[in-house]
Design a protein around this ligand. Structure first.
Ligand code: BGC
Length: 813
């Protein structure tokens, strides 16, 4: 790693133009190299649930972890740190120096499209989980990126939306997780697309104060991809690196602005110094990359990812049904489309091509093999576009190998490139000079006869042909310049076509490469679905005849994705009817919810048990089967308050009004807002059951504490159940006395996990950081602690706090 003198020496070798060239990416995922200072390229890659690497190609797979919501639900920093280590190992394997994770935005509205990708509604849980991931990634010499700075909490009009937030709320709520990431040593911070209080984040003064000046951030501020919209304002602000490149608003325009005296040269020098410092930290300056720690072996990685599934899954209710005892089971009915096609990740730039995907059905089958019979009924077809062609349905028309043929054609239809691919989702095909059309073709092997749904996604001129007959041909103009939608998840056009079992019709999808229409082309097909009534009847029959039914429901491809927010939280009438039909047929029904964020569960009191699986990553099935079959406890506690209905939630709005999105809930985010509004959610923040029960016996702590100092409290609790368990003991604070400060009714101040065997007691020692008692004093521009009584509450969720004590906060002498 280079010291300051060494950086000065290197800086002295750069001219203004060579310096400026380094401040814009060389490609979509790489920074520029510079031979005069022996600087190599830095490779950056998304995150957060896996490290994709430079390509966006199904042949280059990644270990896929559970969604961020699931990681936060573990309330387990050592585990999150270990998972960060796994991401670093993946990064090393793929030659990536910088992982674009974690996402530290908050669950402000349950409708937010990237909810799954953010940890929590709570600033402290987000801060501690995010810092753990940063430490875990960076411990192995791979840089982490805290994103998206700041208040990029929704997707609607995200390139322009202006979050209107008061200073105290910014400091206490939205900036706090970033402050913790900086304290954890994060090497990069990503400036978001959005505006805050009128200024776009890539040009915002917050990049300087507090980020650099007050918190002492000495790393690199990178723009979100394409978020730089001006030269001078962004260069004068604390932004250091514009991504992607090589085009953009800086480059020669920036060099000229410096020469014209419109941007100070020292601003450029500071940016380059930071970039060189990062390059030195990552080992891409002054010689070859430092030797990589050998990547985690696949078996170790898979075991860790599987452990994380169980640790993050949240058991919301259990009426004596779980765990299942395999020895007592004859037949288990596994019902619902997501049981066989478990949705392992959310949509958008976070997406990776997973190494494998173990469905819940496969996990249960493996867990019960040789012990019980598993009957699967898919239930009604899920909503949304047909799934991308895969190796079970499609074969390359040239080689007959499972998969598809990808071709790039010139304007005369001549082939410029041809290659075999595994599936119909092609996001970054190679584009040789003269490329005019991308074509994906396959011979289909339908196993069902009838009206299939066939879909093609992409912008520009699209066509679909089946055995030479046109199914679709049209011009679909790009409706957005949001890169996530344009390049990753364009809308799908769906047609129906009759396919006959035993035939092998040739499906050809083509997309003309009109500039500005993005890089994605996706072709999918779905077999005819049985009528909803029949599907329900079959599911109910299977449930009735089984000892236990596991019914899996979840959100579809079109919901929960970057680039768009949800408009409702419903799972749809068919999935709701499915759960009800199964639960009516068999009281021993376990409902498993496969979503990245809250959904309405109107039948939640009608099922025997209710388990949140989140988007569990590639080891979904194994990890969830571990929980269902009692090999391990469900470890998760809700990282976000779960509304019964959308209309109950205190903050729902994601659509800006006249360009502005008003954060008028102030510091009352998440459960704090529910408490203030005196509303009761379906499940409180922090809630989640294990397989044992606990008695909270005693809370002890000091009678008084000086302002500005951490304090420690102890909670004694006893395992009153019949199984060993882990309990997440949560501490909340409240200020009972009169106050000039608008305190939340209560707020999370710390937690600690304990383990105990049946009958044993355990003591949780929880440190409450001094900051938890502070508010941001806008007038003084400083943190302040109000003296006076403070109530400390201990328990298992924001809504279940059986113990409390009062501590007197003393004014500083
Ligand atoms: C997302 C970022 C991501 C970047 C690069 C943007 O659209 O907002 O989270 O890191 O793309 O893929």
């Amino acid at each position: 790693m280079a010291d300051e003198d060494e950086l000065d020496r290197l800086l002295g070798k750069l001219t203004l133009r060579t310096a400026v060239r380094l401040l814009t990416g060389a490609t979509t995922w790489r920074t520029a190299a510079e031979a005069s200072v022996d600087l190599g390229q830095l490779v950056l890659s998304d995150g957060p649930a896996g490290v994709r690497g430079e390509g966006w190609d199904e042949r280059d797979t990644s270990v896929l972890l559970p969604s961020a919501t699931a990681l936060a639900a573990t309330w387990d920093e050592p585990l999150v740190e270990e998972l960060g280590g796994l991401l670093a190992s993946e990064a090393r394997r793929k030659g990536v120096h910088v992982v674009l994770a974690p996402n530290l935005n908050l669950h402000r509205s349950p409708l937010a499209g990237r909810h799954f990708e953010c940890f929590s509604e709570d600033p402290l849980l987000t801060a501690r989980t995010g810092a753990a991931l940063v430490r875990g990634i960076q411990a192995h010499g791979v840089a982490a990126t805290a994103k998206h700075f700041v208040a990029n909490d929704a997707e609607t009009d995200r390139l322009t939306a202006d979050a209107s937030i008061d200073e105290r709320t910014l400091r206490e709520v939205h900036l706090a997780p970033f402050e913790a990431a900086v304290a954890a040593g994060v090497r990069l911070v990503m400036a978001g697309y959005n505006r805050v209080n009128g200024t776009t984040m890539t040009a915002h003064e917050l990049l300087t104060r507090p980020l650099k000046d007050e918190w002492g951030f000495d790393g690199v501020v990178v723009s979100d991809w394409g978020a730089v919209r001006g030269t001078r304002d962004t260069a004068r602000a604390g932004l250091d690196l514009q991504m992607p490149g090589p085009a953009g608003e800086w480059g020669e325009s920036l060099a000229r602005a410096v020469e014209a005296g419109e941007v100070a040269e020292r601003a450029v020098t500071d940016k380059v110094r930071r970039l060189l410092g990062l390059a030195a930290w990552c080992g891409v300056i002054g010689g070859p990359d430092r030797p990589a720690r050998p990547p985690l072996r696949s078996r170790q990685a898979r075991a860790l990812a599987r452990r994380a599934v169980a640790a993050g899954s949240v058991l919301l209710a259990n009426r004596g049904v779980l765990p299942l005892y395999p020895g007592h089971l004859g037949t288990v009915a596994v019902v619902g489309a997501p049981s066989a096609r478990t949705r392992t990740q959310g949509g958008g730039s976070a997406g990776v091509f997973p190494q494998d995907e173990v469905s819940l059905l496969d996990g249960i089958r493996a867990g019960l093999r040789g012990r019980a019979r598993v009957v699967h009924v898919p239930g009604p077809a899920p909503d949304g576009p047909p799934p991308p062609l895969d190796m079970t349905l499609a074969a390359d028309p040239r080689t007959a190998a499972p998969g598809v043929l990808l071709r790039v054609l010139d304007s005369c239809g001549s082939e410029l490139y041809a290659g075999h691919r595994r599936g119909g989702r092609q996001l970054e095909p190679p584009l040789p000079p003269g490329a005019h059309t991308v074509e994906i073709s396959a011979r289909l092997h339908p196993r069902t006869s009838g009206a299939w749904r066939i879909g093609v996604a992409g912008f520009g001129r699209l066509s679909l042909h089946l055995d030479g007959d046109p199914l679709l041909d049209g011009e679909f103009a790009a409706t957005t310049d949001d890169p996530a939608v344009l390049h990753v998840s364009p809308p799908t056009r769906v047609v129906t076509a009759r396919l006959t079992r035993g035939t092998t019709p040739l499906l050809v999808a083509r997309r003309e490469l009109v500039p500005g229409t993005g890089r994605a082309t996706v072709v999918g097909a779905e077999p005819p679905a049985p009528r909803a009534a029949e599907a329900l009847a079959a599911a109910a029959r299977a449930a009735r005849e089984a000892d236990v039914a596991v019914v899996v429901v979840g959100t579809g491809e079109q919901q929960e994705s970057e680039g768009r927010d949800r408009t409702d939280l419903g799972l749809g009438p068919e999935q709701d009817a499915l759960v009800r039909a199964v639960a009516r047929a068999n009281p021993r029904t376990v409902a498993v919810v496969n979503s990245g964020g809250p959904v309405e569960l109107p039948w939640r009191d009608e099922v025997g048990a209710l388990l949140l699986a989140w988007f569990p990553g590639q080891e979904a099935g194994g990890g969830l089967a571990d929980v269902l079959l009692g090999r391990t406890e469900p470890g998760g506690r809700l990282p976000t308050t779960w509304p019964a209905t959308l209309t109950d939630a205190p903050v729902t709005r994601t659509r800006p009004e006249a360009g502005r999105i008003s954060y008028d809930e102030g510091v009352h985010v998440g459960h704090r807002g529910w408490l203030r509004a005196r509303r009761t959610p379906a499940y409180w923040f922090g809630h989640g059951l294990g397989y044992t029960t606990w008695e909270y016996e005693r809370l002890s702590g000091p009678e008084r504490t000086p302002a500005g100092e951490d304090l420690t409290v102890r909670v004694r609790l006893r395992n009153t159940g019949t199984r060993p368990g882990r309990e997440v003991v949560q501490i909340y604070l409240a200020r009972p006395g009169p106050s000039a400060v608008d305190h939340p009714e209560r707020w999370l101040a710390g937690w600690a996990a304990v383990r105990a065997r049946p009958g044993e007691s355990a003591v949780a020692q929880v440190r409450i950081p001094a900051r938890a008692l502070c508010h941001w004093d806008v007038r003084a521009g400083a943190w302040r602690t109000e003296p006076g009584p403070c109530r400390i509450l201990a328990g298992r969720s924001a809504g279940d706090l059986p113990l409390s004590l009062e501590v007197d906060v003393l004014d500083r002498p």
